[in-house]
Design a protein around this ligand. Structure first.
Ligand SMILES: [Zn+2]
Ligand SMILES: [Zn+2]
Length: 242
């Protein structure tokens, strides 16, 4: 009897389903863990044995990446050498986790076990789906389920640089990606994420923010700042071009 779907169709279906799961999990966890509400983090802190991982994720992402770095500019991590040294000392006083944050470029890249923890929430549902379906479908899932850690480690640092910065030192595949419209959308989304204190525009793997109604559009002032950063399609006088 003929198979109902070709192997190619199964791989493509896996790619699409994996993308949707990755985007949704990323948007949800970014909102509810990495940028969780302060009251929730205080509750976690009362039970450190149970919630240490969540407290550490919040600390490295929200406290360090959102609050203690990129204070005045989206594209400049520190305002002075002194500010960097003070933060370095603060993190070293925190012990092993503080060292990990420093090695992860103050929350701009994944480092060590952070990469595995980051991939797990998407890997688990996709692993189960792959187990109960065909190998070809599982292969497609694997491609897109790795997108959140790939974006966080390799692409996120470029979302905190002026848009047209030279990138000749990067590998060819990353240089290609940084020239796409997808990267431009990511750049605008992430700029708005930081500008409004981590309360909207959570995705690097774009899509689920729209389904979850967590998207803020750039205001005229935002459009001017994006134009200053060199993002194509924005001007100093008006809001975003289509
Ligand atoms: Zn960021
Ligand atoms: Zn955030």
């Amino acid at each position: 009897m003929a198979e109902p779907f070709s192997n190619t169709a199964l791989v493509l279906a896996g790619v699409v389903v994996g993308y949707l799961i990755s985007s949704w999990v990323e948007s949800f966890l970014h909102e509810h863990v990495s940028d969780a509400l302060t009251q929730r983090v205080r509750k976690w802190e009362r039970h450190p044995r149970l919630f240490r991982s969540l407290v550490n994720i919040y600390y490295s992402h929200h406290t360090i990446h959102h609050v203690k770095t990129y204070r005045k500019s989206h594209a400049k991590m520190f305002d002075s050498r002194r500010q960097e040294e003070e933060l370095r000392r603060l993190l070293l006083d925190r012990g092993k986790h503080g060292e990990t944050v420093i090695k992860g470029k103050f929350g701009t890249r994944l480092y060590g076990w952070g990469a595995v923890k980051f991939a797990l929430p998407s890997l688990i549902p996709c692993g189960l789906l792959a187990f109960y379906s065909s190998h070809w479908f599982g292969l497609g899932l694997l491609v897109t389920v790795l997108l959140p850690p790939v974006m966080s480690h390799w692409v996120h640092p470029h979302l905190h640089q002026p848009f047209l910065q030279r990138r000749s030192q990067e590998p060819w595949w990353l240089r290609w990606f940084l020239g796409t419209r997808y990267f431009r959308w990511q750049y605008v989304n992430h700029f708005l994420h930081h500008r409004y204190g981590g309360t909207s525009n959570f995705n690097l793997v774009l899509g689920a923010d729209h389904f979850r109604r967590k998207v803020r559009k750039p205001s005229v002032k935002d459009a001017k700042l994006l134009a200053e950063l060199g993002v194509p399609g924005f001007s100093f006088e008006c809001s975003e071009a289509p």
